[in-house]
Design a protein around this ligand. Structure first.
Ligand code: 4NP
Length: 154
């Protein structure tokens, strides 16, 4: 299977769209061909673009995520993606609970890929202020670099 990654958060309008954007940017810069997508556990925001604050934060950092649309994780994702990466521990547990038996996808926690951040959550910025989005962006860019290293090493 070619490299493929699915990022999953709760609503698919803040953290996982930012992770998708950061990963597209970082992999494109290196000329790496990776299938990248994001999804949410919940259906509240299906069809919506990312939160305006997430879009603004990404754009300030040179990444346009305005074209993304939220969707909910579904059973075929466990076959379509080699890696499913949860943005926090609660989402990781929820994905594990709906994972089909014998699904090939490898589940992991996003910040487990970043040295020194193992076991930590990308904090949900939805109910907070702009600072939370800046912090989430810093987390997703660090994670994108670490994930690319992981894929490069095979
Ligand atoms: P996300 O943030 O999981 O990073 O997309 C959230 C967005 C929406 C909600 C919760 C978290 N919500 O409850 O609607």
């Amino acid at each position: 299977m070619a490299h493929s990654l699915l990022f999953v958060c709760l609503g698919n309008i803040c953290r996982s769209p930012m992770a998708e954007g950061a990963m597209r940017e970082a992999s494109g810069r290196r000329g790496m061909n990776i299938r990248i997508d994001s999804a949410g556990m919940g259906s509240w925001h299906v069809g919506n673009p990312p939160d305006a604050r997430a879009q603004a934060t990404a754009l300030e950092n040179g990444v346009d995520i305005s074209g993304q649309r939220a969707r909910q994780i579904a059973a075929p994702d466990f076959d379509r993606f080699a890696h499913i990466v949860a943005m926090d521990r609660s989402v990781l547990a929820d994905i594990d609970a709906i994972r089909p038996q014998n699904a090939p996808a490898r589940l992991s926690l996003f910040l487990d890929h970043v040295a020194g951040r193992e076991g930590q959550d990308v904090a949900d910025p939805y109910y907070g202020d702009e600072d939370g989005f800046a912090a989430a962006w810093a987390d997703v860019t660090a994670g994108a670099e670490a994930l690319l290293e992981m894929l490069r090493r095979g």
